[in-house]
Design a protein around this ligand. Structure first.
Ligand SMILES: [Fe+2]
Length: 300
């Protein structure tokens, strides 16, 4: 199984239909985009990386959120058109980030517009978010579980939350997939580990999520949000669950840690003997063959 992990595209163009749409936190985000952030991301870079992922024979493409700037309905429609250009819904999975729920918006005017690219498990009670997440796919021996951490937050905050309903479903899915010997990937926008981001950007229920991951077991955690590369271990430096962060797939930064990139993740072997290799593919140097790095995972 070869998975391509993309995140933090930030490429939609906010076109507010009136001042009312900006009469909240969105005004600050819109001005920040106009003055700074729109000069820091490149559609051409993202396009180059997507083309490379399919050329490398990726079997599936995962996007861990922040497709938009301030989460306007029109930006979500632009996100849907981008997803349709990337591939069919059976080959692409998306979950939202904090920018995608910038302020409280009806679900069908927000990430709900991404439709079949959110493969709802359809088992949760309550509102649309609980009914949609975790999203779930099985791909050639891999269980891909996608959480939403996207919640509206106050100005100057970019926090996230999984919430009790999703956490309950997460544990059930992890246990069931583990009993069947599947390789369990948990994907979420915010890193569920201490010390990766500051409080202003953190996951509010990080401790509860981490406990579930350690209790029920998972083989790999994938996240975005930080706009930088990072490999961490949840639950210990050696045998902990590997948690892999990926930079923004559209960043114009020349710094190798923050430059536009995606991760190719190759999963082979089987329960007790999983083999995982990762290759980070950076914009501008895609002519090189992938350089694979082995990623030890705990025996299950
Ligand atoms: Fe982001």
């Amino acid at each position: 199984m070869l998975l391509a992990h993309f995140s933090d595209l930030h490429l939609s163009e906010p076109r507010p239909t009136g001042l009312a749409e900006l009469a909240n936190k969105r005004l600050l985000g819109f001005l920040s985009w106009r003055w700074r952030r729109r000069h820091r991301h490149s559609n051409a870079r993202l396009h180059e990386l997507v083309r490379d992922a399919w050329a490398q024979q990726a079997g599936h493409l995962l996007v861990t959120g922040d497709l938009t700037q301030v989460g306007l309905p029109e930006e979500h429609r632009q996100g849907r058109r981008w997803l349709e250009g990337v591939g069919s819904p059976d080959r692409v999975t998306v979950i939202p980030g904090n920018h995608d729920t910038y302020v409280a918006t009806p679900w069908d005017q927000g990430p709900g517009l991404w439709g079949p690219y959110l493969p709802s498990h359809g088992a949760g009670p309550g509102g649309a978010v609980d009914a949609t997440f975790p999203v779930y796919r099985e791909l050639d021996g891999v269980a891909l579980i996608g959480l939403s951490t996207a919640v509206p937050s106050a100005p100057f905050l970019a926090v996230g939350r999984v919430g009790s309903s999703q956490r309950r479903r997460l544990e059930e899915l992890l246990v069931a997939a583990g009993e069947r010997g599947l390789f369990r990937i948990v994907a979420l926008h915010h890193p569920p580990l201490a010390g990766v981001v500051g409080r202003r950007k953190s996951l509010a229920d990080r401790r509860e999520v981490a406990k579930i991951l350690q209790r029920a077991g998972a083989e790999l955690i994938l996240f975005g949000h930080t706009h930088s590369s990072g490999l961490y271990r949840l639950g210990g430096p050696e045998l902990g669950i590997p948690a892999l962060g990926v930079p923004s797939a559209s960043a114009l930064s020349p710094d190798p840690e923050h430059c536009a990139a995606y991760n190719l993740i190759r999963i082979g072997g089987g329960p007790g003997a999983w083999q995982v290799q990762v290759s980070q593919r950076q914009a501008g140097i895609l002519h090189a063959s992938p350089a694979w790095v082995s990623l030890p995972v705990a025996a299950t």
